[in-house]
Write a protein that binds this ligand. Sequence first.
Ligand code: RI2
Length: 318
Amino acid sequence: MTSVSLHTAVTQTAHEIETMETRGAAPIAKAAATALKTQAVEPDYETPHSFRATLRAAGRTLHETRPTAVSLPNALRYVLRRIDGETIPEQRSAVAASVDEFIMHLEHAQEDLGRVGANRLKNGDTVMTHCHSTDAIACVETAVLQGKEITAIVKETRPRNQGHITARELTEMGVDVTLIVDSAARRYLNTVDHVLVGADSIAADGSVINKIGTSGLAVNARDRGTPIMVAAQTLKLHPETMTGHTVEIEQRAETEVITEGERAAIGDPQIENPAFDVTPPRYVDAIVTERGQFPPESIVILMRELFGDGVDEPWVEP
Ligand code: RI2
């Protein structure tokens, strides 16, 4: 026997990531790491080999859920690479320690990033947001805690209307929020000081992969002269893009776009539902990370520093 069955925490977390109950690149990374810790603690393993094989299988199950957000493989890599020890108790504590360390880094990273992003926001500024990003929200939250008055124009972000989450969270922190439909964005860009978005992945050339609609917003913002700021922890840097790989864009269910009944009523057209798009670096002014802000073209320097030791896939069977 090489592995024991997966803990429900793993299958449940995978399900929640797949169905987007757990979403946002940073929250996905935290949930996946936490599931690995539970998998390490709970079942009875026969041998250290079986322990490793099961953790690897858990990593595979989590990895298969959503293809675009690189925070997921980066989290799995962080934990699975650190299964040190000859005995099961040693391996267990190695997993627990690396998960705790990973989550602590994640939380500090968002705080540090928030401080960097807040420096770009002045008292009285208006930001336009797209989708819901905990990294982007952290920048506004820090600015508000510094006593700055911030106003937000929040795009609803079809098809799942995740802008509603942004509207609620910003309102709760005292930001004056106006919700608009996505197609109204250009009309409001003249009154906006910053476009502020998150990222699911950042490629080595500085391209930003984020929720569908980001690239159109960025092109419009550039045309209007509105700066575009991307808030993304270094966990969002996509190491495989340093060696020529491209980022897979997730296609989601057609029913997120239209109900079966509505679709039938308009002649049953084909439906496409890409979750993300790619914004080229020339439309991005700054990528704000916990390590400071970077012009997109120079992000590869940070990537080399962080991922210089290669990008193995420790969830794959040897
Ligand atoms: P944080 C979201 O994708 C959005 O595209 C958002 O900008 C990005 O994740 C980053 O989120 P989805 O998971 O990590 O909603 O900043 O499809 O929270």
